[in-house]
Design a binder for this molecule. Structure first.
Ligand code: ATP
Length: 220
């Protein structure tokens, strides 16, 4: 489903950065915050902004929150406000509600009330950075499940000029290179004769163990 209109509750660092990016991407964004200063800062950036307490049902009703495709609850410290605003967005019929959680307990409560996606920005960024610190060529990764990951690896100099057939991660470790991002463009589902160079980024899918073994074999 493609979303066009977003409502963001809470214009702190997290909420305002989501809002800025959505606007850059060409979407319409309504920002709601009870703090006048925060709203003032974002009023020239977002499509609409209002100063209001998002735990008041009438407020969300009057701004037509139910007409938005996606709601982001970006309130951290005030867990009660985060939960109430989330419930209200769900009850008003916002199609997808994403909420930020600051602790496991906060996240569990959000899950219970049926939030569609829970984000733990600080925790997730910390985990991501730790992985990148210990594997300098790991650019990014997505955990598909506890076991499976998609990792973006910078091609190291030891693989310069080698074909996928030479490298053969599937035969050796069980993980597969599903795309090669080259400066000229991305090759999706590369074939055995495709050649790697150090400017490329490999997109690798497999279990965490398989990817780790592959990384170790290429000195990462
Ligand atoms: P960040 O890390 O994103 O800066 P935070 O996790 O510290 O934020 P808070 O500062 O508690 O979270 O909340 C983010 C924003 O949400 C603040 O600008 C705050 O004014 C706003 N906010 C909190 N409660 C409400 C509410 N009930 N209605 C509207 N806005 C609210």
């Amino acid at each position: 489903m493609k979303f066009n209109q977003f409502v963001i509750i809470g214009l702190g660092r997290f909420g305002s950065s989501i809002g800025r990016e959505l606007i850059q991407l060409g979407y319409e964004v309504l920002g709601v915050d009870r703090d006048e200063e925060k709203v003032h800062e974002m009023s020239h950036v977002l499509t609409h902004t209002i100063i209001a307490d998002a735990t008041e049902e009438e407020v969300l009703r009057s701004v037509g929150a139910r007409n938005f495709d996606c709601g982001v609850v970006a309130i951290g410290d005030d867990i009660q406000a985060s939960i109430l605003a989330t419930i209200l967005l769900k009850e008003l019929g916002v199609k997808k509600v994403v909420a930020k959680a600051v602790s496991d307990l906060h996240g569990r409560v959000l899950q219970r009330i049926g939030v569609d996606r829970i984000i733990y920005p600080e925790r997730d960024m910390g985990v991501r950075l730790a992985h990148q610190l210990v594997s300098p060529n790991l650019l990014d990764y997505i955990e598909l499940s506890k076991q499976y990951t998609i990792a973006e690896l910078q091609v190291p100099s030891c693989l310069e000029g080698k074909s996928l057939d030479d490298v053969n991660p599937r035969g050796r470790f069980g993980c597969s290179i599903v795309a090669i991002n080259k400066p000229k463009g991305i090759i999706i589902a590369p074939v055995a004769k495709d050649v790697l160079t150090t400017n490329d980024v490999m997109v690798v899918i497999g279990t965490n163990d398989q990817i780790e073994q592959f990384q170790q074999s290429i000195g990462q």
